[in-house]
Design a protein around this ligand. Structure first.
Ligand SMILES: Cc1cc2nc3c(=O)[nH]c(=O)nc-3n(C[C@H](O)[C@H](O)[C@H](O)COP(=O)(O)O)c2cc1C
Length: 216
């Protein structure tokens, strides 16, 4: 599979079989993550690969709690939306409910952590939320997702556990100065797994020379 096919079919897969992911495969996923770029090549991230059942149960309880809150808010937000939007939400919700309910059976949960002190956060002084620090972490996460795709593994980038960061740090013995950026459940898919994406076309996303000017 070439990289374009991998990217074009890398959708969120939330229904995972409990079968373990072989250690050699886990190592290849991690190697892919380490190949990502980061500011100054500082690689200000680490990843905790969680496979211990008791930890997954504790994290799963936190995740399910946060998911319930998110789902209730989102359901209210789309209550007056079109039938197409509501149908899409129902499909996503089913898969998300499944992930939350089965979280403890996740074969491998990759919890990505970051250290702000190791980052050159060049937009920190701007009068808006800062995003540059994340750009030294999420490319590694995306590399891991792409490697999962090529390995035939399902995966999904999740951030709901960041709302429970203090408890997650305690559970995983994450040291001072390190925080959580994402948790990626990984396993072999229950069904077809990855497949076609629903994304905006290039023409809506990219401009020529100035904002709003169409590409030629
Ligand atoms: C920053 C970020 C946070 C996300 N957080 C969650 C999450 O907490 N739980 C979850 O089930 N999916 C999460 N997702 C997955 C998105 O819902 C998913 O990528 C998006 O809806 C597109 O779905 P698709 O790739 O299947 O088309 C997150 C994705 C991103 C990029």
């Amino acid at each position: 599979m070439d990289v374009y096919e991998a990217m074009q079919t890398l959708r969120a897969v939330r229904r995972l079989r409990p079968d373990p992911v072989p250690e050699a495969v886990v190592r290849r996923l991690l190697a892919a993550a380490t190949w990502a770029p980061s500011g100054g090549n500082a690689q200000p991230w680490r990843v905790v690969v969680v496979r211990e059942r008791a930890l997954l149960e504790a994290l799963g309880a936190l995740y399910a709690d946060r998911w319930r809150g998110y789902a209730a808010r989102h359901a209210a937000a789309v209550a007056d939306a079109s039938e197409a939007v509501q149908a899409a939400w129902r499909r996503t919700r089913g898969a998300c409910d499944h992930l939350a309910a089965q979280f403890a059976s996740t074969p491998a949960l990759f919890v990505f952590c970051f250290a702000p002190a190791l980052m050159a956060i060049t937009d920190a002084a701007q009068d808006r939320p800062s995003v540059v620090g994340g750009a030294s972490v999420y490319p590694a996460v995306q590399n891991l997702l792409l490697a999962c795709r090529v390995e035939g593994l399902g995966c999904v980038l999740t951030t709901l556990l960041c709302e429970e960061e203090p408890r997650v740090r305690d559970l995983l013995a994450i040291p001072d100065g390190w925080y959580t950026a994402a948790a990626v459940p990984v396993g072999y898919p229950v069904g077809r797994g990855h497949g076609p994406l629903d994304r905006r076309p290039v023409e809506k996303m990219a401009f020529a020379d100035r904002w709003g000017a169409p590409l030629r």
